[in-house]
Design a protein around this ligand. Structure first.
Ligand code: COA
Length: 162
């Protein structure tokens, strides 16, 4: 398996694996309407559009895209913090470290960009995944926001930037 930067040609595969997760996996934690609203949002065209303001990476196995993650190109509100968004692994590959490797690469990019803290709007489904990777509830509050996510954070060590 390799991790590489997103190419526009990846957009249909990314869209398909996100939609499969939403309908088969996240649907256990969210109402049907919420899932279908997200399905409508993750079209290949929108994913290409979002690549202008996020750095998107993909995990590839035998030339097939099996996972994706992204980090905001801009910092949040003039801080040194950045968002991690849209972390999805194809359900056929869950539990095989693909998500961990994607997040490790996101954290490497974050450190290179002198990020202080990564902020993840974590799905209810993925809460335990982020806890295992060292992310913690913002302000210590385990609370689902109006967007249906937990705000989780991790401080990034970036010695080269200090
Ligand atoms: C969450 C997700 C990205 C994790 O990817 P993955 O490749 O399955 O994760 P890994 O194999 O690297 O798992 C790392 C650890 O987290 C645990 N873990 C992963 N997903 C989990 C879940 N949904 N619930 C509980 N634990 C989970 C694994 O068991 C593993 O623990 P271990 O090291 O003790 O075995 C993937 O399951 C997914 O795409 N989920 C649905 C979409 C989603 O909700 N994405 C997050 C949006 S914020």
């Amino acid at each position: 398996m390799t991790i590489r930067d997103f190419l526009p040609a990846d957009a249909p595969d990314i869209s398909a694996l996100i939609i499969k997760n939403l309908r088969d996996v996240n649907s256990k934690d969210y109402p049907h309407d919420t899932i279908e609203r997200l399905v409508d949002r993750f079209t290949p065209e929108n994913i290409i559009g979002e690549s202008s303001w996020r750095h998107i990476i993909v995990a590839e196995d035998n030339r097939t895209v099996i996972g994706t993650a992204s980090i905001g190109k801009k910092t949040i509100d003039n801080t040194a913090d950045r968002f991690v968004l849209t972390v999805f692994v194809h359900p056929a590959f869950h539990g095989r470290d693909v998500g961990t490797l994607l997040m490790r690469e996101i954290e490497r990019i974050a450190a290179k960009w002198c990020t202080h803290m990564l902020v993840v709007p974590a799905s209810i489904t993925a809460k335990s995944f982020y806890l295992k990777l060292g992310y913690r509830f913002h302000d210590g509050r385990e609370q689902v926001t109006e967007h249906g996510t937990y705000t989780m954070t991790k401080v990034i060590s970036h010695e080269a930037c200090t």
